[in-house]
Write a protein that binds this ligand. Sequence first.
Ligand code: ZN
Length: 466
Amino acid sequence: MYVHNNLSSEIAMKQVWAKQALLTTGWAADVLITIGTDGRISKVTSGAKPQGERVNMLLPAPVNVHSHAFQRAMAGLTERRGPDPSDSFWTWRQLMYRFLDQLSPEHIEAITAFAQMEMLEAGYATNAEFHYLHHQTDGVPYDNIAELSDRVMSAASTTGIGLCLLPVHYQYGGCDQRPLGDGQIRFGNDPDQFHTLHQQASQSLHNLSGDAGIGVAPHSLRAVGMDMLKQYATLHPTGPIHMHLAEQIPEVEEVSAHWRARPVEWALENMGLNDRWCLIHCTQMTPDETIGLAQTRAVAGLCPITESSLGDGIFDGVRWLENDGMIAIGSDSNIRIALAEELRTLDYSQRLRDHSRAALATQDRSTGRRLYQATLAGGAQATARDTGALAVGNWADMLCLDMASVHTAGRSGDTVLDAWIFAGDDRLVTDVWSAGRHVVKDGEHHNKARITSAYLRALQDLKDAI
Ligand code: ZN
C-alpha cells in the first residue's frame, strides 16, 4: 500500500517569479505566481519585481490525456514482422501476451512510476491513466479487486504527478460479445464487478493528494455491450468518460458489420456525447463525422506518436479545429514519452497529407502557440482538472523552458513555443510543478535514481518474457 503523498507536506506557500510567462491574457513580463499551501495558484501579478524562486520562461504544464503505463516496458521491442506479412500486429500481440503472463503488482508499480517520471520530465503535470489491467494472470481478481489501481496510485504518490485514474470497463472480445481471449483475461469485468472495482478505487483515491481525480473508461465499442454503452453517462453521472474510438479500419469494419453504423456515426446517435467525454484516436472519421463529433464539445484525445507507430491513420486536425473541436494529447503506448514531439508529429501528419505548411496555425497564432493552447484547454476539460492556465484557483501545474539553449536564445513569445516544438525537444524543459509540487529541477526528477533502479530491476525480472 502507499502512503499519503509525502511531497504535499513540503508545500508551504511559495512564490515563483518569471521574466516571461504565458497567462490567460497572453504573454506577460515580470510575472509573480503565488502558490497556496493547497497547491493552487492564489495570486498572479504581472510587472512584479523579482522575488521568491526566479525563472525565465514559465508556461502552464499540460495533461497527458491517454496512457497505458505498463506498456512502457515493451517500447522498442515490436519492430519485427511475423510469418503473415499482412498481420502487422503479430509481434506486438505475441509480446503483449507473454508480458501479461509475467507482470506482478510490483512490476506494474515500478514501470508506472518510471513512465510517470518520464512524463513529468517531458513537461506533463498530469497522467490520465487508462487503466485496463485489473486481475491476476489467470483472470481471477486479487483479494483487493482494485489492487492494480492502487499500484498506479502508489506510483503517482512516488512521482508526485497529478493523477486522473480511469479504471477501464472491458467485458467482451468483440462486437458479437464473444468471451475474452487468452491474452485479455486480466482485463475483464462484468458490470457488477466493475462497479465494485470502481468504488474501491474511488475510496483509495482519498489517500492521494487533493488534486487526484477519477473518471471511467468503457474500453471501446467492441469491449462493452451496446445497451450498456447507451446508458454509460447516466450510470456514471459525474466525472470524465474516456473511450477508444475509430482507431483502425478493422474496427470500423467490425462495428459497421454488427451495428449497421460506423463507430463515430453510432456514437453520435446513441451515446449522448458532450463535454464530459474524451474520445481517443478518432483517426478513422469521414468529414461529416469529424464535424459532427467536434460539435459535441467532446475532446479528441490524440496520440500522434503511437498512432504513427501503429499505422492507425491521420486525424483530420485541420477540419476538426476549423469546427472549433477540442483536442488533447496522450502518450498512449509510451513507446516514446515526448510532449514536443507529439505536437510536432500532429502538425507534420497534416502537412504530409495535404502538402501544406504550418497546417494548424491561424492568422494570429503560430502553429506552436495554437497547438499548445488547445492542448492545455482540452487536457483540463478531459480530466475535469482545474488546470490549463496560470490563473487563480487552478492547480499550480507549470513548467520552465531553458532560454539559454541554442534553440530558444533570443526568441520571445510564440516563437519560443515554435522553437521548442519544431527545432528542439523536451530537453528544454528544466522545471516542472504538479499542483505546486516542484518535482523536476534542472531537467531531472528529484527521485530519478530510485525510480530508475526499481524499473531496471523489474525489467531484469521480466527479461525472459520480453
Ligand atoms: Zn489506448
